[in-house]
Design a protein around this ligand. Structure first.
Ligand SMILES: [Zn+2]
Length: 240
């Protein structure tokens, strides 16, 4: 953030436009006899778009909905997310890009890594189950999570065989074992052999690709066998 660099032309142009806009607003305020307050006039001028308003009539999708509601872009629904369907997915990268939030897409599909210590589950110790954020596949139980100083949430075992897949990763001049989701093949992190007993493994995961569901107070503590232990109906907990 040094000030000794000349302003690039784009910024100069933007500044000039701002000055011009202020002048227009000022003129409007001065020459409007008993009109709206100067602040309101300035605000109106500032909100005026560069191009002419669309000639067509307004869509009016909802009946009298506030404008700010429609202006906020909603993330697209992810139709591949399921916590019960374990069928492997075969979804194109373009489709993943469309349905996943950009930060999740970056980790899961572009094999990115969140900065150490930045993830919401790094030092989190809630009791519950971790699912794959892109697809809902059950991955880990909190019982297998252990505290580390590495900066990422770490587990010593997965919730079931086949929950994840492994792949050799020779990027960054290292030989590591990459961990992929067993259902969507999304990148989750890596596994190392410096974990605690009983497995000695350390599944080093990115929080961004994990969804955590806390245990319900009434749920039995030893529900990790998983054989029909879950209630068949999931009342309104779609949580996409
Ligand atoms: Zn997945």
């Amino acid at each position: 953030m040094t000030n000794d660099r000349p302003h690039p032309p784009a910024r100069r142009a933007a500044a000039a436009a701002l000055i011009g806009l202020s002048a227009v607003a000022l003129a409007a305020a001065v020459f409007a006899p008993a009109g709206p307050a100067p602040a309101a006039a300035a605000a109106a001028a500032a909100q005026e778009p560069q191009q002419a308003p669309p000639p067509s009539q307004e869509p009016q999708a909802g009946e009298g909905k506030p404008q700010q509601d429609t202006a906020k872009p909603k993330p697209p629904r992810n139709p591949y997310y399921s916590r019960t369907d374990t069928t492997p997915l075969n979804v194109s990268e373009a489709e993943w890009k469309r349905v996943l939030p950009p930060d999740v897409y970056y980790i899961a599909r572009l094999k990115g890594t969140e900065p150490p210590g930045s993830g919401k589950y790094d030092t989190f110790d809630g009791k519950g189950t971790y699912y794959c954020a892109p697809c809902g596949n059950k991955l880990f139980r909190s019982d297998a999570k252990f505290a580390t100083t590495c900066g990422w949430p770490s587990f010593f075992q997965t919730v079931r065989p086949g929950a994840v897949l492994y792949q050799e990763d020779r990027s960054h001049n290292m030989i590591r074992v990459e961990v992929l989701c067993g259902r969507c093949k999304g990148h989750l992190g890596h596994v190392f052999n410096d974990g605690p007993p009983p497995t000695g493994r350390r599944y080093c995961m990115n929080s961004l690709v994990l969804d955590f569901e806390p245990d319900k107070p009434s749920a039995p503590a030893n529900a990790k066998e998983g054989a029909a232990a879950e209630a068949p109906e999931a009342p309104a907990s779609v949580a996409l």
